[in-house]
Design a protein around this ligand. Sequence first.
Ligand SMILES: *[C@@H]1O[C@H](CO)[C@@H](O)[C@H](O)[C@H]1NC(C)=O
Ligand SMILES: *[C@@H]1O[C@H](CO)[C@@H](O)[C@H](O)[C@H]1NC(C)=O
Ligand SMILES: *[C@@H]1O[C@H](CO)[C@@H](O)[C@H](O)[C@H]1NC(C)=O
Ligand SMILES: *[C@@H]1O[C@H](CO)[C@@H](O)[C@H](O)[C@H]1NC(C)=O
Ligand SMILES: *[C@@H]1O[C@H](CO)[C@@H](O)[C@H](O)[C@H]1NC(C)=O
Ligand SMILES: *[C@@H]1O[C@H](CO)[C@@H](O)[C@H](O)[C@H]1NC(C)=O
Ligand SMILES: *[C@@H]1O[C@H](CO)[C@@H](O)[C@H](O)[C@H]1NC(C)=O
Ligand SMILES: *[C@@H]1O[C@H](CO)[C@@H](O)[C@H](O)[C@H]1NC(C)=O
Ligand SMILES: *[C@@H]1O[C@H](CO)[C@@H](O)[C@H](O)[C@H]1NC(C)=O
Length: 810
Amino acid sequence: MGRSRQKMAVLVGWLAYCGAGAGKVFISDPASFTNLFIGTTNGGHVFPGATLPHGMVKAGMDTDSPGNHAGYDADPQFNVTGFSQLHDSGTGGAVPLSNFKIFPFAECSSFDKCATSLDGRKTRRKILGNGSPDDFASPGYFATNLSTDIRVELTATRRTALHRYTFPPSSVRPRIAVDITNDGQRSSTNPSMVLDPETARVKGGASFAASFGPGRYSAFTCVDFKGEGFDLRKPMEFGAWLSDFPVQGMTDLRQLYTSFVDQLGALFTFSQPSDSRPTIILVRVGVSLISADQACANAEEEVPDFDFEGVHRAARQAWNDLLGRVQVDPTGVDTETVSLFYSSLYRSHISPADYTGENPKWNSTEPYYDSFYCNWDTYRTLYPLMSLHDPATFARIVRGMIDIQRNEGWLPECRGATAMHFIQGGSNADPILGEFFVKFSDHAAALNVSATDLYTALLADAETQPPNWNLQGRQADVWKRLNFIPHDMFDGGGANSKQVSRTLEHAFNDFAISQVAKTLGKVNDGRKYAQRAGNFGNVWNPNITVPDGPASVLGMMQPRFANGTFNFTDPRHCSIHDPAHATCFLNAANRDGFYEGSPIIYSQYVPHDTAKLIQLQGGVENFVSRLNFIFDQSGLYSNNKEYFESTDEPSQQMPFMFHYANRPGLSTQKSRQVIAQFFNTSVNGLPGNDGAMGSYAAFYLAGMYPLPATKQFLLSSPFFPQISFFNPVFGTTTTIKSKGFAGNPASGTGKVFVKGVTVDGRPYKSNCFLDWDVFVKGSSVELTLTDDINVTCGKGRAALPPSLSTGGYD
Ligand SMILES: *[C@@H]1O[C@H](CO)[C@@H](O)[C@H](O)[C@H]1NC(C)=O
Ligand SMILES: *[C@@H]1O[C@H](CO)[C@@H](O)[C@H](O)[C@H]1NC(C)=O
Ligand SMILES: *[C@@H]1O[C@H](CO)[C@@H](O)[C@H](O)[C@H]1NC(C)=O
Ligand SMILES: *[C@@H]1O[C@H](CO)[C@@H](O)[C@H](O)[C@H]1NC(C)=O
Ligand SMILES: *[C@@H]1O[C@H](CO)[C@@H](O)[C@H](O)[C@H]1NC(C)=O
Ligand SMILES: *[C@@H]1O[C@H](CO)[C@@H](O)[C@H](O)[C@H]1NC(C)=O
Ligand SMILES: *[C@@H]1O[C@H](CO)[C@@H](O)[C@H](O)[C@H]1NC(C)=O
Ligand SMILES: *[C@@H]1O[C@H](CO)[C@@H](O)[C@H](O)[C@H]1NC(C)=O
Ligand SMILES: *[C@@H]1O[C@H](CO)[C@@H](O)[C@H](O)[C@H]1NC(C)=O
């Protein structure tokens, strides 16, 4: 400790701030509190390898686990198939990326007997006494010990991985294979590869399938070897391999007849050091989406001297600079909670990835970000979190999105490996651009975000019917004509058409656009899009109840035909209580109108106008009893199995919605129970696919919940006596301090409820939300806590969080 904020301030391009408004540094090495293995088994699909914040290269271990979307699986029964350079984290779809695996062999009986195929080379990890595999990871670093006694370590720069293989002394013929074709889906076509027998440089690439859509992408690599502490000299043996058959002396795949084989690569035998030093071989793996030559240039530029410790140190420093902008006081808080917080913050910065300079589709001087997988997951909490502590990166991502619209016509919704992926609920780049502009319009020019181009991109999304809305965005024509997405018009899109969900998303998307229009002073547009933001009401059928449910839960969002009549979808549909056991994922062949949430959940899903929702539901009491029904705390209806789905995005805001009913104590209790029940630091500590669970949990732990494209954050009590956010664009720090902090009981009760708020010593207008201004100027926020769950937001209308229909955002 004792490091000044000055040293931690980060130099972001020209934004060299020297830590004005410094907050106290409690944790100078936040990397040491991260646990990268959270959610690395049982479907979390978390990537635990080596990467920079938003790095393109994500170097990690691949296993033969069927759930290996990010390559790794913490379950030691799954065996290692290699160490590859590109991954996504926390995704669904088909296994993405996992390109260009490197694999070390301690001992093959001979070069041509080396089992080089995926199945042939599979190796176990060493298992520790407690039954877990001997794997280690920290920001910018990954290590494992294989059962062959080879130690593997990985680190990374933005476009280059550096691997370090330490062979056992018994390994007199250390060998290393480069795998050109086996991506996660084994989808390669058009492979190419040449190797240099003098230097062992391998250049190659292939075309691969996208993960969540119909597209393909090309990827290239350039691999170089170096001895650590000894001269590696030229390889003793070299060749290309097909499946399990290495062919000595072959330097170019074109010399081989490869058409029936999809597993191809290079194999080298190296000599040991001539003295008793250990055989340590560094492998530098450059990656590019443009060409193998560019992969070589990337590697030479980013890792010129194969300095493993240097690269590792720089990566860890980059992470510490970023994570250290958020400081928590750990006094009286268990280490598990501190670790959960910094690990969640860490995972918020894995995707999207900075592919600048690697976009094969058009030339541009703008940044290029990719792995938007998907905006549906990230718009809710990830970008509002970046607004607080990483706005310069946020601005670069926004520029990249605008550049995609400029060149392809539509903002990205889902996107991976340069290919458009399927949309989920809406055109959810809109609230991301809205989030940026509503909060940073005064700084947009300095951050090189063009307000004109941003607005043009939003209007293209909102107004122009794309050829394929399934990939490009909205069913815009019918949306404009009917003011809802009808149940019986497909316009060439998919059969799984989730019309109710899309209606609700588009209403929120248009709300985001109205917020931008108002910020720009475009009064008429502001009004027009605010009106469209009210379209959610067009799919509200006031007469629907839940079979066997309470009479007070009356009215549901329902599918509607173009002629205006409603169809019917059982409110329990897709929920844990659905008698038909349907799912509402993209692979479900459904025409029922809903995506990743039951009609019951969607009946509470109007984030920008909860006041109107309360009115539709017949008042505050009904609204609260509906929330209680969703959480089913009583166990009355269903044995404590709740409708709330912590893993599905439409549920995410639900625990905080009691705020709008002036019952913030219930939000505090519920959100704290959600953390206790669903989030922990074990390898299965996530309730499902990570998606944006990192930023979601980080907000809950910080005692806040954001509403994107607005200037408000809902407020509860943080899990720490003090938390502060340093914002490098403003150069300010905002601190939230809890007077009388007394720990975090799992029950969500105790002295955790907010009964009073002051900002810079003055009583604040609400106990339920903070305005963005508080964070712009850098403030000291003090919360007074009580154990009385019956706290309120404060006196009068202004104390309630805003809603559109009550003029809250004017
Ligand atoms: C991993 O390898 C070990 C040893 O070869 C084998 O017993 C085990 O079944 C393998 N695991 C899987 C999931 O195939
Ligand atoms: C692997 O083995 C080395 C040498 O025994 C040891 O230092 C290291 O902690 C082990 N585990 C990992 C993950 O590197
Ligand atoms: C980008 O510019 C380079 C150099 O002029 C050119 O070779 C390349 O084809 C261009 N790429 C695209 C996608 O237009
Ligand atoms: C904005 O653009 C100017 C001119 O191209 C450049 O000098 C400056 O570094 C850019 N600033 C940022 C934050 O990207
Ligand atoms: C709901 O019920 C009322 C009273 O029966 C009826 O007038 C109204 O048309 C119904 N609304 C819908 C959408 O079915
Ligand atoms: C409305 O359209 C639906 C679906 O096309 C049809 O089943 C229904 O009969 C129509 N209702 C009226 C009143 O035309
Ligand atoms: C009405 O909804 C049901 C249940 O989802 C569905 O099976 C049926 O196809 C829908 N009707 C029409 C005309 O789309
Ligand atoms: C950790 O979280 C997972 C996922 O939500 C849950 O299944 C598991 O029971 C939790 N473990 C503990 C010890 O709380
Ligand atoms: C909060 O209100 C409920 C219902 O009115 C009441 O039963 C409870 O005792 C109150 N709690 C406290 C701490 O006053």
